[in-house]
Design a protein around this ligand. Sequence first.
Ligand code: ZN
Length: 115
Amino acid sequence: MNKIPKIGCACEKPTSTYTEYRTSEIGIDHTNGRDAKVAIQQCKLCQRIWIYYFMKSENPQSDRWYKGIVTKKDRPNITPENAVEFLESLEWYVYGGSYFEDKIEFGEGKLNLDL
Ligand SMILES: [Zn+2]
């Protein structure tokens, strides 16, 4: 497992005022009817690349997102379908959304994707 240092950049605690990133879409993960949006976000402050996984629910209280750092080398291997597996394999990721009462936290291991 690759060690991913936390460097205290704003991208690790992305509040609503954090807009310093470029997004490029990868696609939609339709696994189990999740229809989650998968994208790459590159932080303009530290240049690190994140996989961003956003699950929008019909219940507005259940929106949630996860994001984890990916190396330039691994980035081409990420598909909408394997993004969850990739995030779960990381030493840590960041998550938030209304499902988590809009708290932004570090997590590791399994993603909570129950609808
Ligand atoms: Zn950053």
